[in-house]
Structures are given as structure tokens and as C-alpha cells.
Design a protein around this ligand. Sequence first.
Ligand code: BYC
Length: 315
Amino acid sequence: MTVHDKTDEQRLAEFEARIDRDEKIEPGDWMPDQYRKSLIRMIGQHAHSEIVGQLPEGKWIPHAPGFRRKLTLVAKVQDEAGHGQLLYRAAETLGKSREEMLEELLTGKAKYANVFNYPTPSWADVGIIGWLVDTSAVINQTMLGQGSYGPYARAMKRICYEEAFHIKQGYDSIVALVKGTPEQRAMAQDAINRWWYPTLMMSGPPDRISVHTERSMRWKIKTKTNEQVRQEFVDRIVPQIRALGLDVPDTNCYYDEKAGHWHYTQPDWEELKRVINGDGPCNAERLGVRRKAHEDGRWVREALAAKHTQKEAVA
Ligand code: BYC
């Protein structure tokens, strides 16, 4: 019997057996349509998050306090662009073109991480994104690195390595503020107050209302649920915040001895829905900047395409 003689049920059973054995699925392998679609959706959204995610911090590059902070921030923002490239490439292996994905981002059809639709009015926001947002991202992406699709899992390993460095740069700049003047310490606290709930939301809606978790867990697209990832984030970050003498902006956040976890107040899930569907404080601004950058870069893409055509004609 060749692979072509098999029924869809047989193929699905073999595919699921491979997943159960923790084998990686590679681009040319048979996979259920829904597995392919789910990965394209998730990797595409992830790529968009890296690209749009450059903007809230990037706007601080000209205003970074000092040469060393500026250099580090430029490198971090460039890393995020690189992650976007890696991820678009990983999604392309599943059959969707980068142009289609970018079109969906620019027309507002595709989602990207909620957190990047919040403003960054102070320098402390840059530190908090590096420290809190990247910690949440690394916990999630370490989990995704155990996932079943080879190209995505491998991209995660490289990305997590760089994100771990981003956490250090964010933490380091917050430590500098905490050790500074009372005004600087207040800036750090104010940034935590504003980013706490959006960062909690970053791990996704609660498991009871998450649409994709069940199937994604079955096929190891995700290897932990949204709530497991969020709890890991809270357990890691709360002691760090308190160790710096800062407050978690949740009066009902306490260590639950019996559960062995930090208890926290649930975010406003209606806010997450609004923000990811286009109605957050900065959605219009972020997409506006992306659209302009896309237009500004058109001549480069056209010049490259012309050069390519010319080479083919000569050959
Ligand atoms: N933001 O069924 P659910 C970074 C959507 S960037 C936006 O739970 P799933 C960085 C979800 O997509 C790293 N949308 O979904 C960069 C779905 O919508 P659709 C960002 C969200 O997929 C620069 C619907 O809500 N990380 O580190 O099982 C500077 C239902 O949700 C969000 C990634 O992108 C959200 N927070 O789980 C600094 C990781 N939550 O498609 C840092 C990859 C939910 O049905 N993505 N939605 O219309 C994932 O791990 C998963 O997609 C999620 C959601 C955990 C986010």
C-alpha cells in the first residue's frame, strides 16, 4: 500500500501516532488540513507580533538615556525584526506566502499580540516591556519550542535565546530606575501598574473560553494551556517585582501555600477581546506606522524584483 492508497482516517491515525511519539512533523509530511491552518494562523500572528512589537519600544530609540542604553535598545528592536523574518519563513513552509500574511496584517484582518496596542509614554515602559512582556513571551515560547512542527519549534529555540537577553536589558534598566530618585522609582511603579493586566492577557483567554487550546494541545501545537503559561509567569515575576521593593498592582495577589502558586485577580477578558479585535488604545496608530513603512519600502521590493527578473533574462 502506498501513501496515496491510504484513507484520511489511516493518515490521521499515523499522524497522531507520530505526535504521540514526540516526532517532529516536517514541511513535506502529510498533515491534517486543520493542523496546517492552525499553525499558519498562530505562526503568522506570532510573526506580526514581532514586527508590530518593535514600535512601542522603537519610538524611544531617539530618546534613550545615554549611548549604552541606546545601543542596547537598537539591538533589541533589531532582534525583534529578525524574529519576524524567521517566523514568516516558518509559516511559508506551510504554503502561505509572506505577501499574503503581510496583506492580512496591513488590512487589519490578522491579529497580533494585545500588548503592543498600549502606549509607551515613559522610558520606564521600555524596561517593563523587556522585563515583564519578554518574560511572558519566553515562558510561552519555551513551551512552543516543545511543539510538534519542526520549523516552528526550531525557530523558538533561537528566539528564546535572544529573548532571554532582552529580559536582562529590561530588568537592568528598571533596576537603574529603582535605585535612582523617588521620581524614577515612581516611573517604574507607574509602568508596572499600566502593563500588569495587559501582560497577564498576553498568555491568551482563560482555558474555558479559549477556542483553539483543546485541538492545539492534542496535536502538540501548544504543549501547555493559556492558564498554565500565565500561572508560570505570575509565579516567576511576582517575587522579582517584590524583591525590587515594587508593588504588584493587585491587592488580591498572595502566595497560596496549599496550591503552591501565587493567586492573582483575573484581567478584564472583555478588554482583551476589544483590543485584539482592533479597538485598543493604539491599534490605529500601530497599523498606520506599519502601512507607511510598507509603502516607504515599496521601491526596495520593486528594485529587488526587477533585478531578479533581469538575472533570469540574462540566464
Ligand atoms: N493577543 O483560542 P485562543 C514578543 C486570539 S512577541 C492577540 O486561546 P490560541 C515581543 C487568538 O489568536 C511574541 N490575540 O488562541 C515582540 C485567537 O484568535 P483567532 C508574541 C490573542 O492560539 C516585540 C483567539 O484570540 N507571542 O515576544 O490557542 C517586543 C482565541 O484565543 C491573544 C506569540 O505570538 C493575545 N494575547 O492561544 C517584545 C506566541 N490571546 O485566531 C516582545 C504565539 C488570544 O481565532 N501564539 N488571542 O482569530 C500563541 O502562543 C497563542 O496564539 C496564544 C493564544 C497563547 C496567544
